[in-house]
Design a protein around this ligand. Structure first.
Ligand code: FAD
Length: 386
């Protein structure tokens, strides 16, 4: 009888990155997945419960451009495992997918719960230990995983503890951690928007820090949110606050004086409501100090200029991000210390990293899960190569 002894690999963190890594290692290694919570529970809220699992950009040279942090590093990672590979993986675990008009890819079930069930099914041979890892240490040729209950020895370690990370478990390994900051998050402003909380404006132009973006904006009690703001929060994640954003709410240039002349008996609120939502038109009239029912012929030049100023140069100062509201963190393990061909630590061979613990984050649209699928696969391949 030949006794086959498989190498032992510990994966710490059973989120999307750790789980895909386990999937690709499970047949060749004795894999143990550690997590203090239920495996893949972090997949459940993704895409509002629908799981936006990828983005339909199949050229990895283009895909990397959606990552404010990690672009250069991901070039090598995505050349090994890109969008098509992620979709092939989902096909393999019996999750069929479809693309929305905006190129975001979802499971046909539109259910992250379904994706999680299928994924867990595919991992049924992987040993799961529900324990919090406190520390990882090298002991000669092995690694010791220390939890609150026990010590375990492994040949190799994959660290996939996510962005809200337990950086302390690797503090002794000497890796530089870029301080994590919230990204893809609502912004808190110096103005109170309680009166227009919930109001959405389409295709707003924003200017900030010498940059210009267009997108949909949502007013919240404390500030601003929505796709446009998520993108700004991502691009400004590492900048100092306060910073200024100037919004232009008009999709095209208008000659307000001519519109007032042509509609002299119409109320100013109804005129402005042709360009922005009614509740926002009322809000503007209120801050300008004009009765919203005032007829157009009674609006003088100063009032007209003031209205136009608020519509085209509406300024807010961003003083904070919404607490605990981030979709992803900007920051994490410094990429200079990781080999992008294998995800192995350059400081501690035998230790691999994948997922959001790395200093990689993308925009909204499936890019952050794609980072998990790709770095998780490359880490598995890296483990197999050594
Ligand atoms: C509300 C919301 C919606 C999102 N929607 C999308 C989306 O639609 N598309 C997209 O691409 N991205 C989305 N994201 C981002 C995406 O979910 C994350 O980027 C992704 O989950 C990161 O995966 P990860 O495996 O690296 O880390 P995580 O998912 O954070 O998993 C890490 C795991 O490690 C475990 N862990 C941590 N420390 C320890 C320890 N010391 N010992 C043991 N276990 C530990 C945690 O319990 C956790 O289970 C969303 C995020 C949020 C918050």
């Amino acid at each position: 009888m030949v006794l086959e002894l498989k190498s032992k690999v510990a994966i710490i963190g059973a989120g999307p990155a750790g789980c895909i890594c386990a999937y690709y290692l499970k047949d060749c290694y004795e894999v143990t997945l550690f997590d203090f919570g239920n495996p893949l529970r972090t997949l459940l809220p993704t895409g509002g419960g629908r799981c936006n699992l990828a983005y339909a950009e199949y050229d990895f040279r283009e895909l990397v451009k959606f990552y404010p942090r990690g672009e250069k590093f991901l070039y090598s990672v995505f050349s090994q495992f890109s969008t098509a590979d992620a979709l092939a993986f989902f096909d393999e675990i019996d999750v069929s997918t479809y693309m929305q008009d905006d190129y975001r890819i979802f499971p046909c079930s539109n259910s992250s719960k379904y994706v999680r069930e299928k994924f867990l099914c595919a991992l049924k041979n992987v040993h799961f230990l529900r324990e919090k890892v406190l520390r990882v240490e090298r002991v000669n040729y092995l690694f010791k995983v220390i939890t609150a209950h026990n010590n375990y020895n492994f040949d190799k370690i994959v660290i996939a503890v996510g962005g809200h990370a337990s950086y302390n478990i690797i503090s002794n390994l000497g890796h530089k951690i870029i301080e994590p900051r919230p990204a893809l998050v609502g912004l808190v402003c110096d103005k109170n928007f309680a009166a227009i909380s919930g109001v959405t404006l389409k295709n707003v132009k924003a200017e900030f820090s010498g940059k210009e973006l267009r997108g949909d904006l949502l007013f919240t009690h404390k500030g601003v949110s929505g796709p446009l703001i998520y993108m700004i929060s991502s691009l400004m994640a590492r900048e100092n606050r306060p910073y200024k954003i100037s919004f232009d709410f008009l999709e095209k240039e208008i000659d307000l004086q001519k519109i007032l002349n042509d509609n002299s008996q119409k109320s100013i609120k109804n005129i402005i409501s042709d360009f922005v939502p009614k509740s926002f038109a009322s809000y503007i009239m209120n801050i300008v100090g004009i009765n919203e029912d005032e007829k157009a012929h009674r609006i003088n030049g100063a009032m007209r200029d003031s209205i136009m100023d608020y519509l085209k140069h509406f300024e807010v100062n961003v003083i904070d991000t919404v607490a605990d509201g981030e979709v992803v963190t900007a920051g994490g393990v410094d990429l200079d210390e990781i080999n992008p061909k294998t995800m192995e630590s350059k400081l501690e061979p035998g230790i691999y990293f994948c997922g959001e613990i790395l200093n990689i984050d993308g925009f909204c649209g499936g890019f952050n899960l794609q980072n998990c699928w790709s770095t998780g696969y490359v880490a598995a391949k890296g483990v197999m190569q050594r």
